[in-house]
Write a protein that binds this ligand. Structure first.
Ligand code: AMP
Length: 493
């Protein structure tokens, strides 16, 4: 299921009537059902490090206007991060940019700041920022609004799962900057509420994710309609051949940007380890780690929504303050969880990949891959939720005995060795009875097949080896079954 889910009208109406109006000059990103936008507190105690930040540069030296500098100062940003130091001046020249950057390195501000600098109040619908999920749409709009706090520019989030009526009303206020998911953006465009013909800048954030989710055709449709002269910027953690193809189609001589001081795809501040664990021991290992390591804020990734729910219930039963976040939860519940997360009143979030996209919460100390992702790219995005903006973080992966090859694929992609964590205190549990029984049945089946095979008149030729992956028991039939065994289907006339 995608993140674009409908919400019951009744519930959203009730919530809207309860919500107070923000007196901020900007339109609320959350379209009335999300908590109000609040400035992030000033960053304290993070020593800017040279891997993420450009310590020789200041925002003032980049020629940003006073209103923007004031907002940056309120946020407590001292130096631009490396992607900001490179992308901001590049974007300000008006050239197309194809940028690769690790997650958590300040890429949102890197494209928001030049947009704010280049946008005039009198230019409605001049910037379109496309993102893969509604969470990211809210997140980017939040950041844009904070950075434009001292300007009169209006940013609006347009995404599925929210009342189109409310969003339509807000579009009538002529916002200059639209941040949205492709489906809802196209919907609003087809209703004549979101014109593309005045767009001066089109930005695609997390392009790799958008292609994974299946937005390729929507992106083509949207960018294909923008015939006027405009600037296009792509930002992505990984640049695949698919992205290159899109760039060739929709960009003019793009400037390439690859911000990575090291060859790895993940930031050095993340301490990565893996645990070898049997599937039936995962719950207990997680509980053990949470109790013994006492992390501040942990994000646990599961592959399915059912696992998210089951694991959350298990942790709650064991006295852990755990909450689930996945696409099947209604928007109200998701907002509630996100609110708790931002307030810092939640300690363990058990999430699916889609729901956790774009989670920008500063204090996630641990990311745990309860289920290893099938796609190694996803691992990069997951662990990018910790060690943000130069902080330290821990990423653990649970690897079952059959998943060795997957772990190697992840190590090859990230170009980082993920060492095994020796956890002396943890005692693996006994093999559960049902699994023991299944194993015993399997051995029994193989034995009986072997016996039947051995007792047959015609043994296989010497060269015919048993291939256990092919046929039950590895015996590949060499002739038709006999009539007695049902080789001929009897027919009645
Ligand atoms: P992003 O990669 O855009 O998701 O940003 C990751 C985190 O870095 C967010 O919490 C931002 O608020 C923070 N951040 C972005 N730019 C800076 C900066 N120049 N100084 C300190 N923190 C920053």
């Amino acid at each position: 299921m995608t993140s674009e889910q409908p919400e019951t009208k009744k519930r959203s109406r009730r919530r809207r009537s309860r919500k107070k109006r923000s007196d901020s000059p900007v339109v609320d990103a959350q379209n009335q059902s999300e908590p109000e936008v609040q400035a992030k507190p000033k960053r304290k105690g993070i020593a800017p490090n040279a891997e993420v930040f450009d310590l020789d540069l200041t925002f003032k030296a980049m020629g940003l206007n006073d209103e923007i500098l004031k907002a940056i100062d309120h946020l407590g940003y001292e130096h631009p991060t490396k992607i900001q130091a490179e992308l901001i001046p590049m974007a300000l020249t008006g050239r197309d940019v194809l940028g690769q950057s690790k997650t958590g390195t300040g890429k949102t501000a890197a494209f928001c700041l030049p947009v704010l600098q280049m946008t005039d109040e009198s230019e409605p619908f001049s910037t379109l920022i496309l993102v893969p999920t509604r969470e990211l749409a809210i997140q980017v709009t939040r950041e844009m609004q904070i950075l434009s706090k001292f300007t009169k520019l209006i940013s609006l989030a347009v995404y599925g799962g929210q009342s189109t009526r409310i969003q339509a009303e807000k579009l009538k206020q002529n916002p200059q900057i639209i941040i949205g998911t492709p489906g809802r953006v196209m919907d609003m465009h087809s209703r004549g509420l979101l014109p593309y013909d005045k767009m001066k800048v089109a930005i695609l954030d997390e392009v790799d994710r958008m292609l994974d989710i299946g937005f390729r055709d929507d992106i083509r449709r949207i960018l294909g309609v923008m015939k006027q002269d405009h600037q296009t910027i792509f930002v992505s953690a990984t640049i695949s051949e698919d992205i290159e193809r899109l760039a060739r189609q929709f960009m003019t001589d793009p400037q390439r940007l690859n911000i990575s001081s090291s060859k790895s795809l993940t930031v050095e501040q993340v301490n990565q380890k893996h645990f070898t664990v049997q599937p039936w021991d995962k719950n207990y290992l997680l509980l053990h780690l949470l109790k013994h390591e006492d992390p501040t804020l942990t994000l646990v990734f599961c592959r399915t929504k059912q696992t998210c729910d089951g694991l959350t219930r298990y942790l709650q039963r064991k006295g852990i303050d755990a909450h689930a976040l996945h696409a099947d939860l209604h928007q109200g519940k998701r907002n509630q969880v996100m609110h708790k997360l931002r307030e810092g009143t939640l300690s363990v979030l058990v999430a699916s990949d889609l729901a956790a996209r774009g989670l920008d919460v500063d204090d996630i100390t641990h990311v745990i891959n309860y289920d290893l992702p099938e796609d190694p790219d996803v691992y990069v995005h997951r662990i990018g939720r910790t060690a943000r903006a130069g902080r330290d973080g821990i990423a653990w992966a649970f690897v079952t005995p059959e998943q060795g090859a997957l772990l190697t694929a992840i190590e090859m992609l990230t170009n980082v060795e993920i060492p095994i964590a020796e956890y002396q205190d943890f005692k693996p549990g006994p093999v559960p009875a049902d699994i023991q029984m299944r194993e015993a049945q399997k051995v029994e089946r193989e034995k009986s097949l072997q016996t039947r095979f051995n007792s047959r008149d015609k043994p296989p030729s010497e060269t015919q080896a048993l291939d256990l992956t092919k046929f039950p028991g590895g015996v590949v039939p060499i002739c038709k079954p006999s009539k007695k065994m049902g080789g001929r289907v009897p027919r009645r006339r």
